[in-house]
Design a protein around this ligand. Structure first.
Ligand code: CTP
Ligand SMILES: C[C@](O)(CO)[C@H](O)COP(=O)(O)O
Length: 229
């Protein structure tokens, strides 16, 4: 089953403390966003990529897409204040009757195999997300004191991509916007509508490059993947 993907890349990268949007940081000589875009460009089931960028970075993104020969980018749209606003802009430019993936520009290590299982699940359930079981013990804390220890067997750490039938994710984003509902991921808006969301187990290497430490992990993952090739 073919799909379209919305890639939000319109953040500031504040936690990375690089003095610029982390999408332009280089990994093995290529910008982070290019690693992510290439993954989908090379995925046989990906029909089109909608890239969401900061207004003043749209031209740079366009040039990079051209320079690195990324062929499936159909639009580069202006992002919004929050990630959710950026994703909504991307969803709004697509149409019904398709599976839409949402994937962070800052997650360059998703695999074709996980994408394929995700899309199959989204067709069956309407909504599916990639996640991994939590490894640490998680506690709820208030004012420096432990309130509760959560049942670890019920906890999953959620990643992107997240995949949806377009009509469902479009409705979720529109209604969330009308009611000022903010979620830290897109699936939480679908959950808020009362719709089921299926989990697809992914892998721990699908990290989001968020803080400077993640650059070290990224280098290690790239080294291992090159060795396996
Ligand atoms: N208004 C925003 C905020 C974030 N994003 C994108 O959403 C993804 C996940 O967000 P995050 O890792 O938090 O990136 P930043 O917002 O850039 O980081 P920070 O919060 O540290 O500033 C990133 O690809 C980021 O570019 C976006 O498109 N629009
Ligand atoms: C969507 C996400 O990547 C799932 O883990 C995450 O919630 C994004 O959060 P951020 O605070 O915008 O990085």
């Amino acid at each position: 089953m073919n799909y379209s993907v919305v890639i939000p890349a319109a953040g500031q990268g504040k936690r990375m403390r690089a003095g610029k949007n982390k999408q332009f940081l280089e990994l093995r000589g290529e910008p982070l966003i290019i690693h992510t875009l290439r993954l989908f460009d090379e995925d046989a089931s990906c029909e089109q990529i909608v890239l969401v960028a900061n207004q003043d970075e749209i031209e740079t993104m366009r040039e990079l897409v051209k320079q690195y020969g990324i062929s499936k980018v159909s639009a580069i749209l202006k992002g919004g204040k929050e990630r959710q606003d950026s994703v909504r802009h991307g969803i709004e430019c697509l149409t019904e009757d398709q599976i839409v993936l949402v994937h962070d520009g800052a997650r360059p290590f998703i695999t074709h195999e996980v994408i394929s299982r995700l899309v199959t699940n989204a067709m069956k359930h309407g909504a599916a997300i990639v996640a991994v079981p939590v490894k640490d013990t998680i506690k709820r804390v208030k004012e420096g004191l432990v309130m509760e220890t959560q049942k670890r067997e019920e906890l999953w750490s959620v990643q992107t991509p997240q995949a949806f039938k377009w009509s469902l994710i479009s409705e979720a984003h529109q209604k969330a916007c009308e009611h000022n509902v903010i979620g830290t991921d897109d699936a939480s808006l679908v959950e808020w509508l009362g719709h089921e969301v299926s989990i697809v187990e992914g892998d721990y290497q699908n990290i989001k490059l968020t803080t400077p430490d993640d650059l070290l992990f990224a280098e290690a993952i790239l080294t291992e993947r090159e060795r396996k090739r």
